[in-house]
Design a protein around this ligand. Sequence first.
Ligand code: ADP
Length: 696
Amino acid sequence: MSLFNCFKVSDCLNDYLLFFVSFEYIYLINHMNTDPKSQQTLFNEDLVIQALQSSPAPTALYTDEDMIIRFANDGMLALWGKDISVIGKPLLEAVPELEGQSFLSILRQVWHSGKTYSVSDAPAELIRSGVRSTNYYDYEYKALLDQHGKTWCILNTAQDVTPRNKYLLSIQQKDLREQAHIEAMASTLEELRATNEELSASLDLLAESREHVRTIIEQAPVGIAMLQGPKHIIEIANPAILKIWGRNKLDVEGLSHESARPEMAGQPVNKWLTDVFETGLPKVNNEFLVKLNDNGQLREAIVNSIYQPVFSSHNEVTGVLVILEEITEQVLERRRNEKNQHMLSMAIDAGGLATFYYEPETGLFSGNNLLKEWFGLSHEENVDLSIALAAIIDEDRERVAAAIVQSLDNQSDGNYSIEYRIQGPGQHSTRLVQARGKVFYDSTRKITSLNGTLRDITEQKKDEQRKDDFIAMVSHELKTPLTSLTAYLQLLERKAIAAENTQQQSTIEKSIKQVLRMNALINGFLNISRLDSGRMSLQKSDFDLQVLFHELEEEMTATIHTHRIIFESPEPLSIHADREKISQVIQNLVGNAMKYSPMGTEIVINYSAPGGKDVAIHVKDQGMGIAEDDQQQIFERFYRVESSQAGSIAGFGIGLYLCREIIELHKGVISLESSLGTGTTFIVELPLKISNLASF
Ligand code: ADP
């Protein structure tokens, strides 16, 4: 049986005849003439089959839905890896490895639809010579239709294109690789660009920070120089170091340190530089004395200096960084202070002064050893103020605490001055001390401390007391004969008047004046001793100041002919004070005005009460005036101005002291305005309404 017979050629040849010449040019002749004569003339069936059979183009024919293999040429059998026995079998049975692949379903679709299916480079898994492999094919399922348009057979042609596919695949892969390469290159380029940008930003930053460092060096308050290499070539020298060196930038930069600063020859600096460069060890000097260039001369200076080796990235010394600070002034100042401090502590020791230090913020109280001894503290001890206050005797303690609070008050002038008694633990006698101190503030006006000294005035006070007792006693004893003397003189005066002996009368008058003067002096001394013993008391009453002025005017103008005494009292003024003592103060001030003014000059006494609260009494003269330095002290007891003019005028220096004490007992103030050679005005200010204040 010919191969051709097996697929019922007789049924279909009348409609179609397939003619395969080769896979590359297959053609079909549809509606072939079925006339046997013409058949014979045109084709011979066997020839066709033979041609198909021998065609290298794999070809197969299937019929039925199960794709019964009706024809498969050698090419197709080789493709499948099968032999002739597959003819007549359903495709899946003949080539079971096609199971699970899409061929059968496509064939069935072609079978039913009659539409040709062709595809290129499609994979197919087949087993050939026992080896399962996937190859690629261009294949076609061509439906051959009968005259009813129904598929009667499918012509399957195929070509193994695996090499081409592999080639294409390799090209594709190569393309992919190239694409990947290109992409990798592009991203490398991108990275390179970003790195480049970063690099240039870093370079900018570096340049900026270099500039920054340079500016810092230029503006640094200490001298900085950079010396390069073993010759110490000056690369950088900032203005501060040039000033210390006494050189200009242009004179030193680029030169070796040795040649730029010849004055250093014989001084150790050049050797230090070499040592630092060679050993890599820094050299630091404190308070070093050096001779520096000063306009061609040499000047001595004290400096702090650092010579720092500069290392390369290979850890080799490439240069030396010099940091130099001139501290001549500070050191000299410190030495002066040390000397002063030393002298001060010597003076404090010699003067037997105790020093104290109180810190309000912490309550810390401390001082020198003498202070600690007086307060019964051990030498190491710094104590709380309350413990120190405990050493002050009960009667004085509150007063001292109040004085400290007062000096620390914002409104006060920060001065602290007080006398008090202390009796440290285990001490048998009390010690009278005079404390003087001052409050110290920081730059924000915050109090930092109250510092001062204490002086032991126990003995001094006792001496003063003895002196006062003596004066009181002597004054008292003198007063009795003086009173008798006054009485006798007055008796004599009356007799002289009666005898109309004017010469005698005038002599007696002068004697009485001298006795009165002496009496006033003794009264002054008595008052002082009364003051000191606290026995001076005020006998206050309401009186009219105008009336007092009239009385004084009458009395003085009658007795004083050397000066023009002018009392101005335009209106009455009621005042509550000790009339006798206020009168005494005015007389004292007028007495002084006369003593210290040339004869014939004017002395004006007046008062005013502008605010209605205080009265101000003025005693104005045209005398010698008081120098500013003396103005602060003339109210002190026994103080007298030491000038050629004032020195020749008799006095004890107690008048103004008494005036001040009396005025202060009245809660008033006494002050003065004066200029040398022009005159002086004493001003007494008293509160008008002091009746509510306690009487002394
Ligand atoms: P004295 O007894 O020395 O006058 P005072 O205490 O009254 O004592 O005065 C103290 C010093 O003040 C005097 O020594 C004098 O130098 C000076 N003084 C007082 N009043 C006047 C004045 N009106 N003009 C110039 N100096 C005066």
